[in-house]
Design a protein around this ligand. Structure first.
Ligand code: GDP
Ligand code: IMO
Ligand code: MG
Length: 428
């Protein structure tokens, strides 16, 4: 089973970090293929808790080579500080590989991200403010700076000047901000060049060779399906493609090489930032999910919006990603409810709708239609097999599986590495 994609099936924060880390021990390469340090993955190993933003979660597994692919946007200051933070805790990061084609987030991208949000006012996206959107915009506009540009000073100068020519006009004339000095940016970037150099590699070649040799390669998505710029709740999305196709473009691996696509699915739903969310709760149940689930952003510290499980979204994730499996996380958080509502369809303008509407206006009007499933009160965090779960918890999982369109092959019953029930191996 050489190549697997693991991605978020909802709006991010489904527990991808834990899932990747869990497989990391049996995997040769873990590859980030999109996004940047907008991601926040928490991994709990024994009594140690790690918060990763840019680095692939596989960095915590000693045998595994972590790779930052061409589709990722890299803030070099964040990269170096995340690496040194791990080194101080005894984690060996020397195997990291970084694509020379990955684009760099510079201080002007974070500035533009923040001023744009301020300018949008109440229409803001609620971005993480990490410069993600403006960096991808420059990439598509062909005025981006790539990792490889750090090693040709005159090219770097020309590119930074070209990018800032236009941006400085906007910053000064539209946003009333001081212009950014290109020479200062070039100096700052050159200051990172030598420290980053040992990691820079032709990652596409290395990954394709690895797959051909039968090595196990895991592509780790940041964010989630509904935050995808093409398939998510646009414009309330991130500026990249977390969906399965993004793994191919963001790592330079053809779709024929991918064997399995695993969707990480929380047993309820959360979202950070603005945008529609049909099952969102504003009552004590929402507050309870937030408190019991520890639903606070790893990157920005914002409270996550919480709601019941939405099967329409899960079905949609199965469709647009071609999911072969689900990893259902945080089932333990639902312990204690007498009855658990699950959204099985929407009502839109008086009509029952089974599939996610393509129209943004329709989705904004979608009202959840709930089915009530019986809850359980037993502690499930020690369960090691499916049959050790209380009958009602088993029935909840089976109902979700039926509604979601792909088998649930693993279940998370706690944040720790070993708090997982494996049903079908992902690596067989
Ligand atoms: P990611 O962005 O998808 O990697 O997810 P985050 O790390 O942002 O958020 C998921 C949170 O849930 C983290 O705090 C994890 O430690 C925690 N977590 C993951 N799986 C489980 C689980 O099965 N049960 C519980 N209680 N917590 C979990
Ligand atoms: P992980 O990998 C949840 C959200 C932001 C905002 C929108 C755009 O931890 O699941 P951006 O800074 O990317 O331009 O913000 O996307 N967002 C996330 N929400 N989890 C994430 O990552 C996210 N990364 C971005 O809150 O609504
Ligand atoms: Mg997260």
């Amino acid at each position: 089973m050489p190549a697997l994609v693991l991605l978020g099936a909802q709006w991010g924060d489904e527990g991808k970090g834990k899932a990747t880390d869990l497989l990391g021990g049996s995997v040769d390469y873990v590859v980030r293929y999109q996004g940047g340090n907008n991601a926040g993955h928490t991994v709990v190993v024994g009594d140690q808790k790690y918060a990763l933003h840019l680095l692939p979660s596989g960095i915590l597994s000693p045998g595994c080579t972590p790779v930052i692919g061409n589709g990722v946007v890299v803030d070099p200051a964040v990269l170096l500080s995340e690496l040194s933070g791990l080194n101080e805790r005894g984690v060996d990061t020397s195997k990291l590989l970084l694509s020379g084609n990955a684009h760099l987030i510079t201080p002007y991208h974070t500035t533009v991200d923040k001023v744009t949000e301020r300018f949008l006012g109440k229409r803001k996206i609620g971005t993480t403010g990490r410069g993600i959107g403006p960096t991808y915009a420059d990439k598509i506009n062909r005025v981006g700076i790539r990792v490889q540009d750090l090693y040709d000073e005159s090219i770097l100068e020309q590119k930074v000047e070209a990018a800032l020519d236009f941006k400085n006009q906007i910053l000064a004339k539209l946003y009333n901000r001081r212009a950014i000095d290109a020479a200062k940016i070039v100096d700052e970037l050159l200051g990172y060049a030598e420290q980053i150099k040992p990691f820079v590699a032709d990652t596409t070649l290395i990954l394709n060779n690895a797959i051909d040799e039968g090595k196990v390669v895991l592509f780790e998505g940041g964010q989630g399906t509904l935050l995808d710029v093409d398939h998510g709740t646009y414009p309330f999305v991130t500026s990249s493609n977390p969906t399965a196709g993004g793994a191919c473009t963001g790592a330079g691996v053809g779709p024929t090489k991918i064997n399995r696509v695993i969707g990480i699915l929380k047993a309820y739903t959360t979202r950070v930032g603005a945008g529609p969310f049909p099952t969102e709760l504003f009552d004590k149940d929402g507050e309870a999910l937030r408190t019991i689930g520890g639903e606070r952003g790893v990157t920005t510290g914002r409270d996550r919006r919480c709601g019941w499980f939405d099967a329409v979204i899960a079905r949609y994730a199965t469709r647009v990603n071609g999911l072969t499996d689900f990893f259902l996380t945080k089932l333990d958080v639902l312990t204690g409810w007498e009855q658990i509502p699950v959204c099985v369809a929407y009502e839109i303008d008086g009509k029952r709708v089974e599939e996610l509407p393509y129209s943004q206006s329709d989705f904004h009007h979608a009202k959840p239609i709930y089915e009530m499933l019986p809850g359980w009160t037993e502690d499930i965090s020690k369960a090691k097999t499916f049959s050790e779960l209380p009958k009602n918890a088993q029935a909840y999982v089976k109902a979700l599986e039926e509604m979601s369109g792909a088998p649930i092959s693993a279940i998370g019953v706690g944040p720790g590495r070993d708090e997982t029930i494996e049903i079908n191996s992902f690596l067989s």
